[in-house]
Design a protein around this ligand. Structure first.
Ligand SMILES: [Zn+2]
Length: 388
């Protein structure tokens, strides 16, 4: 018995359709999308579910734990915040720990791909390797002892442990060896994001020339702007084709600069991410990010070690992607159409996954976020079924 969904408006990757009538088959695949009658009673707004390409965890678990319990919990948690697909993201740790974590995350990705996955869980579709090939000067909370010079052979060991599932890597392009690694990743269909970097303008351009396509949490852990030496940040904002992540929690980046970022990157190149850690969705307290302790208070996550020395170093976020989409609209005045696509179409486009992820279209699973007329996320459907 096919199911139908009606709404006031459907926001797709390319269009908005008024009063749509969506038909689903028994597997929850969209079989038709037709414009309906203007007197339809539903005032719901539909968007595609979101795709978070930078998240470390949530609901008390970190993906670096690598266990099925951790990955199941995180994927259920993100789905409850409008996410249909995500890239579990590592943090810098010892080589052994990283290899073990990658193997565990790869198990979850393989399980999800073969259908051994709850319909209430977002699908992990690849791994974002954040570190160890980053800059000491802009390491943020990544532990200094485990930061390593870019190394093609070591990357290959990581990729082997991940059984080919590393799809995105954050690299500081100015570190010796980085350009070779960027080339190698690009040749092997791994997207490269410039991040945790102190690159000058020239070094950033070299990274892009080598094949980098995106920037990791723009503004954070990046050489700041200088009008004579624009640095990597100036290049990220200026380079038209470069994608650029943003943590839109109002803490990591001031609203004024969220507006500047959107003006610079436009509706097609900005990507909303959470950079969430295990405390996302949890009460205040002490949590872990990778292998280190983080204290969460007032909606902020700080490196616990630094706090004891009077330093406040932000350690990931407790942001959820539905909140990021809300904040973006609040900070910039952008419409839900624009904001939702920053969290769905654009990350899929960066990752070369536009054919399967980030749009509500015929032939695809009905992975939909349902907003009320006030623009509040009411529920999320995966394969047409509400996420519990
Ligand atoms: Zn991160």
């Amino acid at each position: 018995m096919p199911q139908t969904i009606t709404a006031r408006r459907l926001i797709t990757a390319t269009d908005t359709i008024d009063y749509p009538v969506l038909t689903l088959d028994a597997e929850g695949i969209l079989t038709s999308i037709e414009p309906g009658q203007a007197h339809s009673t539903s005032d719901a707004l539909l968007t595609s579910t979101f795709f978070d390409i930078h998240t470390h965890g949530g609901a008390g678990h970190d993906v670096m734990e690598g266990t099925s319990e951790a990955l199941d919990t995180v994927s259920r948690f993100v789905a409850s915040h409008g996410v249909g697909h995500f890239l579990p993201t590592t943090v810098t740790a010892s080589i052994d720990k990283t290899l073990t974590s990658l193997d565990g995350i790869a198990n979850a990705i393989d399980r999800a791909a073969t259908g051994d996955w709850s319909p209430h869980q977002a699908l992990p579709v690849g791994i974002h390797l954040e570190g160890p090939f980053i800059s000491h000067a802009k390491r943020g909370v990544h532990p200094p002892d485990n930061i390593l010079p870019p190394d093609v052979a070591l990357f290959d060991r990581f990729q082997q442990a991940a059984r080919g599932h590393i799809r995105l890597i954050t690299i500081a392009p100015e570190v010796p060896g980085a350009l070779d690694l960027i080339h190698h990743c690009v040749q092997n269909d791994v997207r490269v994001s410039l991040g945790h970097t102190n690159a000058t303008c020239e070094e950033a351009h070299a990274g892009i020339a080598a094949g980098a396509r995106s920037a990791t949490h723009t503004f954070n852990a990046m050489r700041p702007l200088d009008h004579r030496e624009p640095g990597v940040l100036g290049i990220v904002l200026d380079e038209q084709d470069l994608f650029a992540e943003l943590i839109c929690d109002g803490v990591h980046v001031a609203p004024e600069l969220v507006r500047l970022w959107l003006k610079a990157k436009g509706p097609r190149r900005g990507i909303l991410v959470t950079d969430a850690m295990s405390a996302a969705g949890m009460p205040e307290g002490i949590y872990t990010l990778g292998t280190f302790e983080v204290k969460v208070a007032n909606g902020r996550a700080f490196l616990a070690d630094d706090l004891t020395r009077g330093k406040t170093t932000l350690a990931g976020s407790v942001l959820t992607l539905d909140r990021a989409v809300e904040n973006l609209q609040r900070f910039t005045g952008a419409s839900l159409e624009v904001a939702a696509n920053l969290a769905s179409r654009n990350p899929a486009s960066l990752m070369g996954l536009s054919e399967t992820i980030g749009d509500a279209a015929i032939g695809r699973p009905a992975n939909l976020n349902i907003y009320n007329a006030e623009g509040k996320l009411q529920s999320t459907l995966l394969h047409g079924r509400p996420v519990a």
